[in-house]
Design a protein around this ligand. Structure first.
Ligand code: FMN
Length: 159
């Protein structure tokens, strides 16, 4: 399988998850990892407001087409109980997810509310049928790594 992992990360936690997930999935698949970059940095206040409002800040074009992959995984941190707005931007930028195995993941500090549900809905709006998802609190990296391994197994067997 050809798998894309696209993620936004400001302080490294989501990057840790994306890279460990790539390591696990690449044992038997071809995995591309792409970091989402904002055109202008978003501070915590504007970023939180945009997260709450479901805004789509400008991001650099990743030039990705989901049709080139069998599976697409998109990850971001949770800000103000919502997906970081860069998540909205990448989902909006990529083409139809119909027929593509789609997964979303988020990292957070323990207060996720319905952020994962919103992420699932957004990719479903782009045509994703079944969506697998997971969230991670990156406090203890060893523990998180075990949880990422389970998520990878789920992704390879759960669609
Ligand atoms: C502006 C801001 C808002 C945040 N809001 C939440 C939140 O609502 N709930 C939560 O559990 N964690 C929240 N966090 C913590 C981050 O989600 C967490 O540290 C995440 O792992 C950071 O990911 P990153 O290192 O990939 O940027 C917030 C962090 C920032 C900077």
């Amino acid at each position: 399988m050809k798998i894309l992992i696209a993620y936004y990360s400001k302080t490294g936690n989501t990057q840790f998850v994306a890279e460990k997930l790539a390591e696990e999935l690449s044992k038997e698949n071809t995995v591309e990892v792409k970091k989402i970059e904002l055109k202008k940095p978003l501070g915590i206040f504007k970023g939180s407001w945009e997260a709450i409002r479901g805004k789509e800040p400008e991001i650099l074009d990743l030039g990705i087409s989901p049709a080139d992959y069998d599976m697409v995984c998109i990850g971001c941190p949770i800000w103000a109980f919502n997906p970081h707005p860069a998540f909205n931007s990448i989902v909006s930028q990529c083409g139809s997810l119909s027929g593509i195995k789609t997964a979303v993941f988020a990292t957070h500090g323990g207060q996720k509310k319905n952020a994962l549900g919103k992420m699932v809905e957004r990719v479903k709006d782009k045509g994703a049928e079944k969506v697998l998802y997971a969230d991670f609190m990156v406090e203890d990296k060893e523990k998180t790594a075990r949880k990422i391994e389970s998520f990878a197994i789920n992704l390879l067997s759960g669609f």
